[in-house]
Design a protein around this ligand. Sequence first.
Ligand code: SAM
Length: 279
Amino acid sequence: MKLTSIDNIKKVLKNKPLKKLGQNFLINEEVIEKLISAAEINDGDKVLEIGPGVGALTEKLTEKATVIAVEKDSRLIDHLKEMESKSLTVLRADFLNVSLEKYLQSNYKVVSNLPFNVATPIIRKLLKENPPSLIVVIVQKEVAQRIESKGEKENFLSTIIKFRGEPEIVSTIPKNNFWPSPEVDASILKITPHSKYSKKEEEFSNLFFKVVEAGFLHPRKQIKNNLTGLNNFSKENIENILINLNIDPKKRGEDLNLDDWIRVTDKYLTLNKKENKII
Ligand code: SAM
């Protein structure tokens, strides 16, 4: 069955695509080829696919790789289970709530056409817990551009991505390559891990995510106010910490660069150890 045909997608769905699950299915084989080629899939690679949908990308991935596909929509599971083989395991789960330790220990790639509405928490989870050796995903074009841009204002997603790797836009995918067509165009985003902070311990990484998360919690608030929510330091204490690091406490999260966040995390870690506290 040609899984990029709109008629076949409708048949498998038996009902309407769900906007709340970000269901925009790929209807162009060339885009699938582009994703696979960007992911440099080699024989025997382990690949995690989040949101296989009707399995158009999944089918191509299994030609070379061993795939774990996690799908939230129960209406698609019977069809996906029929595709299972020794190269494909299908799990019915919300990726945001599932533990994949049993299936993926290390050295795996992520290749997915992500549901746009939860792309940020999905990428956050991927980078925080057990980062893959490569991520190639379709996200909204503006989201990808904001992540790739250099020297401009950062956001939560661009900061955590640059902590773990080098982002690169592989190509733009016009919205008519999906059914139903989304409101905006999309991009293939590739994140290649770097080892810049690999010497830092897990304790540092965990704290880094907490600090950046707190720093961006209310993007319009000043950094000193956002960081107050993180621990028991007083606002005055936090102001002093930031001034000592040469960071203006009145700045907003978007004004800090990766190096600033690294220095704030380093400082918090030292203070934590000194005061025997856990943030
Ligand atoms: N891979 C298919 C394709 O490219 O045609 C479908 C991609 S569609 C953009 C996103 C898919 O993710 C849908 O199948 C949707 O049901 C699924 N999905 C949405 N939220 C999810 C979640 N939290 N966990 C797992 N799958 C999810």
